[in-house]
Write a protein that binds this ligand. Structure first.
Ligand code: C5P
Ligand code: MG
Length: 157
């Protein structure tokens, strides 16, 4: 078996969408970035790549490449899953945490889990999404940014 860990952070910005796991969450502000800035999909993508020592998201999808500008991060995630399968592994489960002061995200948990399960081609019960505030401390707590963390487990097919 192989384990992988991923982390991502993006600044919050007015006039941008807040997209988590491919789901747009209603919010006064969103995440800034070259792609759609879906921190959750980015953290899971890095965890998948990390599990098989396949580099990181920027190596496969450079943010200097106009091809990925405004890009749908589901394509990064599905590509990472494809690479995992191509190397002879399958995803056992993924566990994640999104750290964001507001808005409250728990009402979107099921929708985000369903979207990630579909993108990754795994069962809903194998996708965990947790939410935390930063207790008003640091850049996340002050509402300047958001973070996501992910851990994945792979087994040989
Ligand atoms: O950070 P804290 O421990 O106060 O979060 C309490 C709960 O609030 C979390 O377990 C989560 O269910 C929810 N939460 C949320 N949206 C956030 C942050 C936390 O729904 N942005
Ligand atoms: Mg990112």
């Amino acid at each position: 078996m192989r384990i992988g860990q991923g982390w991502d952070t993006h600044r919050l910005a007015a006039g941008r969408a807040l997209i988590l796991g491919g789901i747009t969450v209603p919010s006064e502000f969103g995440l800034d970035g070259h792609s759609d800035a879906d921190i959750l999909s980015h953290a899971i993508t890095d965890a998948l790549l990390g599990a098989l020592a396949l580099g990181d998201i920027g190596m496969h999808f450079p943010d200097t490449d106009p091809q990925w500008k405004g890009g749908d991060s589901k394509q990064f995630l599905s590509f990472a899953v494809w690479m995992v399968r191509d190397k002879g592994y399958e995803v056992v489960n993924v566990d994640t945490t999104v750290i964001l002061e507001r808005p409250k995200l728990k009402d979107f948990r099921v929708q985000i889990r369903e979207a990630l399960a579909e993108t990754m081609g795994i069962h809903f019960n194998c996708v965990s999404v947790k939410f935390k505030t930063a207790e008003r401390v640091g850049p996340v707590g002050e509402g300047k940014s958001a973070e996501a963390q992910a851990v994945v487990l792979l087994r040989p097919k």
